[in-house]
Design a protein around this ligand. Sequence first.
Ligand code: NCD
Length: 306
Amino acid sequence: MRHLMSPLDFSVEELDRLMDLANDIEANPEKYAHACSGKKLATLFYEPSTRTRLSFEAAMLNLGGSVLGFSSADSSSAAKGESVSDTIRVISCYADIAAMRHPKEGAPLVASMHSGIPVINAGDGGHQHPTQTLTDLLTIRSLKGRLGGMTIGLCGDLKFGRTVHSLINALIRYPDVNFILISPEELRIPDYVREDVLRRNHQQFKEVIRLEDAMPELDLLYMTRVQRERFFNEEDYIRMKDFYILDKAKMELAREDMMVLHPLPRVNEISVEVDSDPRAAYFRQAQYGVYIRMALILTLLEVTVC
Ligand code: NCD
């Protein structure tokens, strides 16, 4: 039985197969409409989410399966003090696969060690968010035609943003990727990512503060929200929250074929005037999130469709 805790749980070849499957689902959705009939997905969300939970649910429903679960810790037995390992043991009797989001780093990993069904990490604290990364990889590969040979700007809250940590881990496996890490001093990438991931793998990267300076170099700009819920005090959040606002004027500095991604939800960091720019791909990215989760569910449940 296989779980998904980190994007590195799949080899580059396995990721390619997963993305090929997602593209086939996109092209031929009817072929997959009953692939998971009789199967159930449990969504165990101890932290708020719109996209991730609903895209998992939409993915399973598109495959003809059913969904059950909870969307906050308060409405689960966690409120009574039940451990994650007990919860997953019980859920294993009710469902065939589970997606878990938890504010504590490593909680889905603990669950996977006690689970009778595949567990998918749907975001654990400030740590990892592998299905967002799969979504990002599929979006980049589908819209740009490649995953290597690119200068990628990652902008915003690089300290607490788990989507960025997961994406860096995944992208260093492709050739000629050059990162520009754009953040205020206080929200720089954590040391463990800089040292253990980037430096250890001799990855090309630089850290800058001004988005304007990086714009002309980028093939891809990945914007992120300042993660309010992970700040220790509100004043720091307020000081940081509007540090970057991507607007039309900044988009003029970028190349014609640059692409803007954002895992969403957006707060102020991308002005709505950018939404109509053909380079803005964040809503298409949300659609790719459903296709890749469908492919992931099929793969972990070992369902094949001919
Ligand atoms: C991200 C997350 O939860 O980390 N959202 C998502 O899953 N699409 C990004 C965020 O919350 O800022």
